[in-house]
Design a protein around this ligand. Structure first.
Ligand SMILES: Nc1ncnc2c1ncn2[C@@H]1O[C@H](COP(=O)(O)OP(=O)(O)OP(=O)(O)O)[C@@H](O)[C@H]1O
Length: 258
């Protein structure tokens, strides 16, 4: 087995007396999509927050390509290769869709990090940004401001920005939430394509069973913040741990509740 791209070792966070993520040790490999599931409050989002650096850990470490990144800020982790779907509050709501993507393409191309020096003359950057918008079917909306976009299109823009960043680790938190039945397949296809590239690790917090079935190579189950199961989807769904932990209802039962 090659070295994992991302791993966490005994990663833990306590909020007062409550252990929200409890000594989670797990490794994520290139070309593998891991679905992270568990009931409400199991610690899935908090685990993501610990990996991306939004909150500091109480204990344990996060390693990217074998290097401990636990001490890095969110932006330093992003530069190092942790790509979490952008929160819309991090975008520039008054800039156009194209400008938002182009800023990430520009930063990635390391042609300067001065976000305010608009780069309309850099046509190659514009073309790259337009190609990405084409992939997520947002080219027609390229001149709209972010604040004018529908909810579904804002989610697609989040994915576009993540693709522009070309991270080593893609982290998606319910990427199709709030999308129409027409929009969701576009995003799911894109995630499948990212997986097929084979050189990135993809983590997906997801409640929808059909999405998990379509995309996941592996499922990890968090229960009360701890890793309750980890394996191939069929194996995890059938596992005693999952069956017992959820009183015989199995994974389908957990997901039906959320
Ligand atoms: N900043 C915080 N301060 C205190 N408690 C928190 C904080 N963030 C999360 N928690 C608690 O940690 C636990 C895990 O929450 P988390 O949001 O990670 O669960 P989740 O599995 O993502 O749930 P859901 O499926 O509902 O999104 C919950 O009990 C939550 O109330």
């Amino acid at each position: 087995m090659p070295d994992p791209i991302l791993s966490t070792t005994n990663l833990t966070v306590r909020f007062g007396g409550h252990v929200a993520v409890d000594h989670v040790t797990c490794a994520f490999n290139a070309g593998e999509l891991t679905a992270i599931v568990g009931p409400n409050g199991a610690g899935k989002t908090t685990y993501f927050n610990l990996i991306s650096g939004q909150i500091p850990a109480s204990g344990g470490t996060v390693q990217l390509h074998g290097k401990d990144i636990s001490g890095l800020s969110v932006s330093a982790r992003t530069k190092a290769g942790i790509g979490r779907a952008f929160q819309l509050t991090n975008l520039f709501p008054d800039l156009s869709v194209l400008e938002n993507v182009r800023l990430v393409v520009q930063a990635k191309a390391e042609r300067g990090f001065n976000l305010w020096s608009m780069v309309s003359h850099h046509t190659d950057l514009t073309e790259q940004a337009e190609n990405i918008l084409q992939q997520v079917r947002l080219l027609d909306e390229r001149n709209q401001t972010v604040s004018e976009l529908s909810h579904g299109n804002q989610r697609k823009l989040e994915v576009a920005l993540l693709i522009a960043l070309e991270p080593a680790v893609y982290m998606f938190d319910e990427p199709t939430a709030g999308m129409s039945v027409d929009e969701a397949p576009i995003v799911l296809d894109l995630i499948a394509q990212l997986k097929a590239q084979g050189d990135r690790a993809i983590l997906l917090v997801e409640h929808k069973m059909d999405v998990i079935r379509t995309l996941a190579d592996r499922i990890i189950v968090l229960h009360n913040g701890a890793l309750a199961a980890d394996g191939a989807p069929a194996e995890v769904m059938a596992s005693d741990v999952v069956q017992e932990a959820y009183m015989g209802r199995g994974l389908e039962g957990i997901l039906a509740d959320v």
